[in-house]
Ligand binder design. Structure first.
Ligand code: GDP
Ligand code: MG
Length: 438
């Protein structure tokens, strides 16, 4: 979707003059791109007609940069389609109850643990409550995830009834001073009445502030249909779209708010507990339109890096004092942030750089080798790479079990990188200010 829209927009922007014809033509491309991304056809139709009205109705044609105006209108309308404002969780009550619902395999259990981590970062005290008593391993799965995160998990057992689990867990949360409880419920492969009745009974028992429908983004339009029926029965308060890291075509994200009227609150970007992002319609629209998503990237980085530290590294870049020790720290951080590819995707302009992305891709395995080589250097060598002469290189190769050639390459590339950074930083300094990001 992103690639196709990028092409269309380039055409728009490149055209000095727009008229009804080429707007029509361009929007036809946008329409096809959306349909291809599996966006609900009714949603597409309304979207295009709104954009067209605005493009033709306003002073777009007379403006100096009509192409950019069109792109701006598409962007604004897309933000609206995605829900407009960022939708926050409503957490009140003692404890506040968040209930996760959705089909089997959609990601309820995983998302429950991700949310626990997210809420703890926001200084809440979460309790995880497994209430899927049908799949034998379900309780164990959540218990294990909770342990890994050091979040308390209610000791449910498969011979309990989910409604009882919910009410007992609430008591337990009060006793333990947990102010939010995450209720992980059972799913089925298809919507069925028994399941819906059970969920309705749990809802009646503990009146959750939030009922989050968890949808697998890879299932596209099916996710939208299923969301609508869960919503009809349970009146959900929001949606979590999981597996957005896969090759989901984005159609579900673009239709779900429009069809159900319920906002997307979070997206799942991977299997790890930290792979959950608050959904920001404006940023998502920018990302879809290939405008990048610096804000998310910066927010992500800031969770791990202090401004002070960023500044220090920036200065080191500038003076070409960046050494192997810094490099290793950044590399480890990068691993934590997710893949390099994931980071690059969020940078503006990467839409057009797809091919380059291939070259830039550093597989995790390779990062591991680089780290091994750096580990085999002495602190002195890390701090002062110029010291690394042939005999030291040989020692590093032996120590890390990596070919001498590769060690040579690493040292050489590192020198080049330092030179390049110095140049780059010099330039950005002249333009005023240093980027905060390392
Ligand atoms: P549940 O049946 O709804 O509880 O689903 P689970 O939480 O057990 O998840 C089913 C599978 O999807 C597991 O293998 C998860 O690791 C995987 N999964 C969940 N969320 C994501 C996500 O955001 N990205 C990816 N790649 N996998 C996910
Ligand atoms: Mg589960």
């Amino acid at each position: 979707l992103q690639d196709r829209l990028n092409t269309v927009f380039k055409k728009f922007k490149g055209q000095g003059r727009l008229d009804e014809n080429n707007i029509q033509e361009g929007l036809r491309e946008v329409r096809l791109a959306l349909l291809e991304a599996d966006v609900n056809f009714k949603v597409v139709k309304e979207f295009i007609s709104r954009v067209k009205d605005r493009c033709l109705g306003q002073d777009v044609l007379k403006s100096l940069t009509p192409g950019q105006q069109v792109v701006k209108i598409v962007h604004e309308e897309m933000i609206g389609l995605l829900g407009g404002e960022t939708a926050d969780l409503e957490l009140r009550g003692n404890p506040a109850v968040i209930m996760m619902v959705g089909l089997q395999g959609s990601g309820k259990t995983t998302t429950s643990s991700k949310l626990a981590l997210h809420l703890r970062r926001l200084k809440f005290k979460p309790l995880l409550v497994p209430a899927d008593v049908y799949r034998p391993a379900a309780i164990e799965q959540l218990t294990t995830l909770g342990k890994q995160l050091d979040v308390p998990v209610f000791a449910s057992s498969t011979d309990m009834n989910p409604v009882d689990i919910a009410s007992q867990a609430r008591e337990y949360a009060r006793e333990q001073g947990c102010n939010v409880m995450l209720l992980d419920t059972a799913g089925r492969l298809h919507i069925d009445e028994t399941l819906m009745d059970e969920l309705a009974a749990i809802k009646a028992e503990v009146s959750p502030q939030e009922i989050l429908f968890v949808a697998d983004a890879m299932t596209g339009q099916d996710a939208v249909t299923v969301a609508a029926s869960f919503d009809e029965r349970l009146d959900v308060s929001g949606v979590v779209l999981t597996k957005m890291d896969g090759d989901a075509r984005g159609g579900a994200a673009l239709s779900i708010k429009h069809v159900t009227g319920k906002p997307i609150k979070f997206v799942g970007m991977g299997e790890k507990a930290s792979d959950l992002e608050v959904f920001h319609p404006d940023r998502a629209a920018s990302r879809i339109l290939g405008m990048g998503d610096m804000l998310t990237l910066i927010e992500k980085a800031q969770e791990d890096i202090t401004e002070e530290e960023a500044e220090k590294i920036g200065k080191k870049f500038q003076r070409a004092e960046f050494d192997f020790e810094d490099f290793r720290t950044q590399m480890r951080r990068m691993k934590k942030l997710g893949s390099l590819e994931g980071i690059l995707k969020m940078l503006p302009g990467m839409g057009g750089l797809k091919e380059k992305l291939g070259e830039l891709k550093v597989p995790d395995k390779e990062l591991g080798r680089v780290e091994a080589m750096i580990n085999s250097m002495t602190m002195e060598e890390r701090k002062n790479p110029n010291l690394i002469n042939p005999s030291r290189k040989e020692r590093i190769a032996r120590g890390s079990g990596i070919e001498l050639d590769e060690v040579n390459q690493l040292v050489k590339n590192f020198e080049q990188m330092r030179k390049m950074m110095k140049k780059m930083m010099g330039r950005s300094k002249k333009k005023g200010g240093m980027p905060k990001m390392p």
